[in-house]
Write a protein that binds this ligand. Sequence first.
Ligand code: GLY
Length: 352
Amino acid sequence: MTTVTVTASRSYDVEIGSGLLQALGARAAGLVNGRHGVIVTDTNVAPLYLAKAEKSLKNGGFTVSTFVFPAGEASKNGKTWLELLEFLAAEHLTRGDLLVALGGGVVGDLTGFAAASFLRGIAWLQLPTTLLAAVDASVGGKTAIDLQNGKNLAGAFYQPTGVLCDTDTLATLPDEIFADGCAEVIKYGLLNSKPLLEKLAAENFRAAPEEIIAACVAMKRDAVIEDEYDTGTRRMLNLGHTVGHAIEVCSGYGISHGKAVAMGMMVIARAAVKKNLCLPEVPEKLSALLERYHLPCRTEYTVPQLYEKALSDKKRLGDTLTLVIPTEWGASRLHNVPVEELPDWIAKGLES
Ligand code: GLY
């Protein structure tokens, strides 16, 4: 078991290891005074882990209610969010009670935004059941729903009360969903960890993921502690996301987040090389590593399609967009570009 402590506007532990689902009730009882817990999950995760989570929470002395919504990014919208808020109100949840997000990034983002907004703030625990959520969405307090014009456009910074990452839950993930999380793991390496990239190239970590997850969470913790509200260095975590989010929106969320981020990293790496800002070995090594983890390196979308969607990017400040560009294998930096230069970046990134 590994514990990473995040010290932000709220301090909390991210526990990573086997058997944590069974520990939910005991951990929850130590974190809140109320004894009503609402487990929020989706139709994929409910048949696998809801009964276990419910039993554990009841053993911890909680009255348990459950809210299950249809799995998929299409549910992460204002409608589901309002339904959840109405459910919490109908259940008479108080500020002393607890929400539990049991699932992947969609469950975490939606539950977190409900936790941030219900009664102006209620405690919530994250139990990530995908690799993607374990290394990214469950840590750092970014909560959100999608709007028709873009991903995560309504939300709040609202740190969880704790994170329990039970690595046993990752064992049931289909290969494709596991690969999705690998894109974010590779992203951490490309940001600033050559040793992590070397480890990923040398061995597949699926059988024993705790160490790699803990390394990624520790890197995210450092970014969150330094810049909780995403105005400075935390924006580094968006490597591959400007084009990645645009690809997701263009596909109507048919292309998953991890695959889109993989393509987004490739686009920005190729463009950075052509602009003499990055070593040519980076896109070569990156494409080899992405392929090793069954991730795509190219997108079929065109410059105008991607540009239009990238304009809704939250990282745009007026006429300037902050891109995250790799500079060498295991090092990246922020780079401001005028919005009108973005089509040229995308075009160069789409060329071979
Ligand atoms: N997913 C990027 C961040 O949490 O800042």
